[in-house]
Write a protein that binds this ligand. Structure first.
Ligand code: G3P
Ligand code: CA
Length: 332
C-alpha cells in the first residue's frame, strides 16, 4: 500500500514537473535580425536605424557592406546611390554612362557630403508609402567601423549582447573593379580580436564563391550563411539536384542558410526544403518579414510569424520591424 502511494506521488510529481517544463520544451524562439536596422521606421542603414533596432531588442542587426573608391567599408545596400541619397543634387554629373551614381566612384569624404533618406523608386515615389517621409533627408552614410563602435557602446550602456549579421554585397562586381571586398571585410572583423569574443557574429552572402573563399582560404572562424533568393526546387525544373545533395554541398562551407520568404507563397516545396536544411544541421533564417508587405497566402503578419516559428521552427527571422516580431513571439 505504502509503495502504491509512493508510486502515485512520484507519477503526480513527474506530471507537475513536465507541466512546468512545457514552455521550455516548445521550439526555441527564433533570433530576431533587424534588417538594415529598424528600417521599417527610419531610413535603412543609418546609425539612427541601427540604434532604434538595438532599443527594440533585436538579437542581431543586419548590415550590407560595400566599398568606396578609397577602399573604405561602408554600410549601404545598393551599389548605386540613386535610391536612398540626394546624390543627383550634390554631384549631378558624376553618374556613369548607364545613368547611375556608383558608391565606388566616390571617396568616403565625398560620400559624407550626401544626405540619406527613405528608399525611393526611379520615379521618386516611396517604395513603402507608410514609412518615414521620403522627402526628409536628415541622415548620412555610416562606415562599418562606426556601426560597430555604436553597437559596442549600446551593448555596454544597456548590458545587452546584440550581434552583427554582416552581408558581403556583390563581391564579384567588386572583384571586376579590382577590389577584394570579401578579404577586406574579413580583415576588418579579424583585426580587432575582441570582436569575435564580444559580439555574436554571422557573415552572409548570396555568392557561394565568396563564402567558400572565406571558409577555405581565409579560414573564417565565424558562422557563414548562404543567402538564397529562391527555393532551388526540382519540381519547378529549376535544378535537378535534390535538397539533400544541395545541403550536403552547402554544409561543406556554411553553417546556415537564409531564405527569401517569397517562396512561402509560391512553392509548396518550401516547408520540405526548410526541413531538409535543418536535417542537414544548417540553421535557417527567413528574410524579409515586413508588416507592410507580406506574401498573399497570409491574412496577417502575425499569422506569418507564428507559422515561421511554430510550424517551420526556423532559427531566425530577418525583419524591418524587430519590435513587432518580438511582440508577436512573446504573445504566442
Ligand atoms: O539578410 C538577408 C537579406 O538582407 C538579403 O536581401 O537584398 O535585403 O540584402 P537584401
Ligand atoms: Ca542584406
Amino acid at each position: 500500500m505504502v509503495v502504491e502511494i509512493r508510486a502515485v506521488r512520484t507519477a503526480l510529481f513527474l506530471v507537475f514537473l513536465l507541466a512546468l517544463l512545457q514552455p521550455c520544451l516548445a521550439a526555441e524562439l527564433p533570433r530576431i535580425i533587424a534588417h538594415r536596422g529598424a528600417s521599417g521606421y527610419l531610413p535603412e542603414h543609418t546609425l539612427e536605424a541601427h540604434a532604434l533596432a538595438h532599443g527594440q531588442n533585436a538579437d542581431f542587426i543586419e548590415l550590407d557592406i560595400i566599398l568606396t573608391k578609397d577602399s573604405k567599408l561602408i554600410v549601404f545596400h545598393d551599389l548605386t546611390l540613386d535610391a536612398t541619397t540626394n546624390v543627383h543634387l550634390v554631384y549631378p554629373h558624376r553618374h556613369r554612362a548607364d545613368g547611375h551614381w556608383y558608391a565606388m566612384d566616390f571617396t568616403l569624404g565625398e560620400l559624407r557630403k550626401l544626405k540619406v533618406g527613405e528608399r525611393r523608386t526611379a520615379e521618386g515615389k516611396a517604395v513603402f508609402p507608410g514609412r518615414f517621409p521620403p522627402e526628409v533627408y536628415l541622415y548620412r552614410i555610416a562606415t562599418l567601423e562606426e556601426v560597430i563602435a555604436q553597437l559596442r557602446g549600446l551593448n555596454k550602456s544597456s548590458g545587452k549582447k546584440i550581434g552583427l549579421d554582416v552581408e558581403i554585397k556583390d563581391p564579384q562586381f567588386h572583384l571586376q573593379q579590382g577590389m577584394n571586398l570579401s578579404r577586406l571585410v574579413h580583415e576588418s572583423l579579424m583585426d580587432d580580436p575582441a570582436i569575435l569574443g564580444e559580439l555574436p557574429l554571422l557573415v552572409q552572402s548570396f555568392d557561394a564563391r565568396c563564402l567558400k573563399y572565406l571558409a577555405h582560404t581565409l579560414q573564417a572562424p565565424y558562422p557563414l550563411v548562404q543567402l538564397l533568393d529562391h527555393v532551388p526546387c526540382p519540381e519547378a525544373g529549376i535544378t535537378a539536384i535534390t535538397p539533400k545533395d544541395f545541403f550536403l554541398e552547402v554544409s561543406a562551407y556554411a553553417q546556415g542558410i537564409a531564405l527569401d520568404h517569397q517562396g512561402l507563397g509560391t512553392s509548396a516545396y518550401f516547408p520540405h526544403f526548410v526541413h531538409q536544411a535543418k536535417k542537414q544541421g544548417l540553421t535557417v533564417d527567413i528574410y524579409t518579414a515586413r508588416q507592410d508587405k507580406f506574401p498573399d497566402c497570409y491574412t496577417s503578419f502575425s499569422g506569418m510569424i507564428s507559422y515561421l516559428h511554430e510550424v517551420l521552427a526556423v532559427d531566425g527571422i530577418i525583419t524591418d520591424f524587430p519590435d513587432s516580431v518580438r511582440a508577436i513571439l512573446n504573445r504566442e
